[in-house]
Design a protein around this ligand. Sequence first.
Ligand code: G6P
Ligand code: MG
Length: 220
Amino acid sequence: KYQAVIFDLDGVICSTDQYHYQAWKAVADELNIPFDETVNHRLRGVSRMESFEIILEKYDAEMSREEKVSWTEKKNTIYKELLKNMRTADLSEEVKTTLDTLRAQGLLLAIGSSSKNAGFILKQIGLGDYFDAVSDGNNITKSKPDPEVFLKAAKYLGKEPKDCLVVEDAKAGVQAAKAGGMDCAAVGEAVKCKLADYQLSTFSQLLEAVKNSTKGACTK
Ligand code: G6P
Ligand code: MG
């Protein structure tokens, strides 16, 4: 039986996709780099600088480290401004009820996110003080698919990796969980990832995965 559940934030607890897209799009437009949803898709779970490197694949000229830092800072300023639009209403009833149910069952709950804005986002959606631990982009040196962010989350909770279940929507995140010796439940596009132990078609199916611990597709 699991003792803790570690959640990715973006794309699992709430959706920030459109804001990331708008902010990167503004930067890419200014640099005359083609940028669309397909490229945006590849940025899921990937750190800010690594995301920019992916965008720069279609940039013809050279760019110095200082310039890269400055463009990623610009992206983040735009992104943070957009994040101010997030409200408690952006946390779905289904997600909140599922989290409350898991907690009532005695599980510890943590966040494991590559984002440096995790704290701000959690506050915006009304979960500022909710989780037992938050491991995010501010306390890691290696981003997913490296397991560091999840291993730190388990450590903050005082739990062994084998007693933790990770919930992820990105392939890099599923890989990170498995590399850390944790089980992983996939939601969204990550269900295609064969490495995942559970494929959830709804967030609340997580309750079944935790209850039965029978790996595979959870279907209702
Ligand atoms: C999450 C998102 C990624 C994003 C990363 C860093 O993992 O899925 O798309 O690049 O966080 O976010 P940040 O808020 O630190 O720029
Ligand atoms: Mg994600």
